[in-house]
Ligand binder design. Structure first.
Ligand SMILES: Nc1ncnc2c1ncn2[C@@H]1O[C@H](COP(=O)(O)OP(=O)(O)OP(=O)(O)O)[C@@H](O)[C@H]1O
Ligand SMILES: [Mg+2]
Length: 429
């Protein structure tokens, strides 16, 4: 059991991984208005009445966003900031040490000018409620308000996000399959509760194992109940937006559907396999690459678009379904599981992906590489380079954890062996 959970709230770690049925057995919250308080404890769980088993198929009570009493506390009262992990469009992400219980956690601090209290509670609510799933980032039962920020706590992902782990050549097919099945499970779970993530992108998938055997979906800031009228998300990559969102009239709201997540999941698979995005914008009038794919997807031509020629015929079928222009016919995220036993890349076309991102072969269709990866590069290049180095080392079975005692011991062993070897060398002369 995690001490952090015990002390900071009434919740235990084991409870964050309840089975999915239990998820719907929570919610129905008391109405409170935000106010300042000395304590940072947020008794979210206590404000959740236990629920009857008659929640509807839609996820029912999961969609009742509580009005919580979020206390006031300065971050430095209990936490030491160890590292500024990232600055997203809305939030600052800090790795912090919680002094009272000597535990490191991540704090997501969202500036009060960039979100409303209601929006913050909604993100916290979904982040916390969805934590049960093994491929969804665990959020803790801790939230507070500090000067200009609304803050909540999450577990730490040691290897950053997928964007930081992806190079120009893409990842191994086996790694992509592993990521795909984990995300298909996480998104399938959300969709079964009628929730749409709405911002599936490489930066919103965090890496917990260097071989990608454990990845988790994060950032539920845009998560919405299916069928709700929503506005376009402003701060996201255009290349990941589905055509129906691109086509939506500016300033006009549209109905949010799980099919939008399927589309973004499809773009993510393409990006992971190639290191590129397939087009700048899913706008068939202005983007020739998308126009070519749409024609192929709608079977108006048998000509495989050049940037899709590296995929196997079977996986092209999957792309046609998941990147289907028509939202009604678009495949669900879980459909990818039907393709796990197939080859995804065309074996005749070989690309060097042995080390994923560093030695990956430069993409042939450079002009289609959107500013996307370049932007990412400049954003967090230092951390990314560190992660890439760790990945490269791990590919060659080199240990990457830095236990200083082990390092010292090895250096001493190495010095001693050099001295022994030196004698041999001298003899050889
Ligand atoms: N728990 C965590 N552990 C490690 N890194 C994290 C964690 N949470 C977030 N990050 C990093 O911080 C970045 C921003 O986090 P997040 O997506 O939650 O913020 P945001 O401001 O809502 O993002 P966006 O820019 O997508 O709107 C992520 O892309 C990831 O690189
Ligand atoms: Mg994000």
């Amino acid at each position: 059991m995690c001490k952090y959970h015990q002390t900071k709230s009434t919740m235990k770690l084991s409870e964050t991984k309840l089975d999915t049925n239990q998820l719907s057995n929570r919610s129905s919250l008391k109405s409170n208005t935000p106010k300042r308080s000395d304590s940072c404890k947020l008794s979210y769980r206590n404000s959740v009445k236990s629920l009857k088993s008659n929640s509807n198929k839609d996820g029912g009570i999961l969609h009742q966003i509580p009005d919580l009493d979020v206390p006031y506390m300065e971050i430095n009262k209990e936490y030491d900031i160890l590292k500024n992990i990232a600055e997203g469009c809305f939030a600052k992400i800090y790795l912090v040490h919680h002094r009272p219980i000597k535990t490191n956690v991540v704090l997501k601090a969202i500036h009060t000018e960039l979100t409303s209290f209601k929006e913050f509670i909604k993100e916290f609510h979904y982040s916390y409620q969805l934590s049960h799933h093994p491929n969804i980032l665990s959020s803790y039962n801790v939230a507070f308000q500090s000067n200009d920020y609304f803050v909540f706590a999450q577990e730490y992902a040691p290897y950053g996000d997928l964007a930081a782990n992806l190079g120009p050549g893409g990842l191994h097919e086996s790694s992509v399959k592993s990521i795909a099945s984990q995300l298909s499970s996480a998104l399938g779970f959300m969709h079964s509760k009628s929730l749409v993530h709405r911002d599936i992108k490489l930066e919103n998938v965090l890496v917990f194992a260097l071989d990608f055997s454990r990845v988790k979906l994060c950032d539920f800031g845009a998560t919405t109940k299916e069928g709700t009228l929503v506005a376009k998300i402003k701060h996201t990559w255009k290349n990941f937006l589905p055509p129906e969102v691109i086509e939506s009239v500016k300033h006009e709201r549209f109905i949010c559907r799980t099919s939008a997540d399927s589309w973004q999941f499809g773009i993510m698979l393409y990006s992971l396999l190639t290191g590129n995005v397939p087009w700048r914008k899913a706008d068939w009038v202005n983007d020739a690459k998308y126009a070519a794919f749409k024609k192929y997807e709608e079977r108006k031509t048998t000509k495989i678009p050049e940037n899709f020629s590296k995929f196997s015929p079977r996986f092209l079928r999957a792309f046609r379904k998941i990147l289907c222009h028509n939202t009604e016919d678009r495949a669900k995220v879980t459909e990818v599981m039907k393709y796990m036993k197939d080859k995804w890349m065309d074996s005749k076309i070989t690309t060097s992906k042995s080390t994923g991102n560093i030695l990956g072969q430069a993409a042939s269709d450079q002009d289609s590489i959107c500013v996307y990866l370049n932007n990412r590069e400049s954003k967090n290049s230092l951390d990314e380079n560190k992660t890439r180095l760790r990945r490269l080392m791990s590919t060659y079975c080199l240990e990457t954890s830095l236990d200083q005692n082990v390092v010292k011991k090895r250096i001493w062993e190495w010095i001693l062996s050099c001295e022994e070897g030196h004698g041999d060398d001298v003899e050889g002369y």
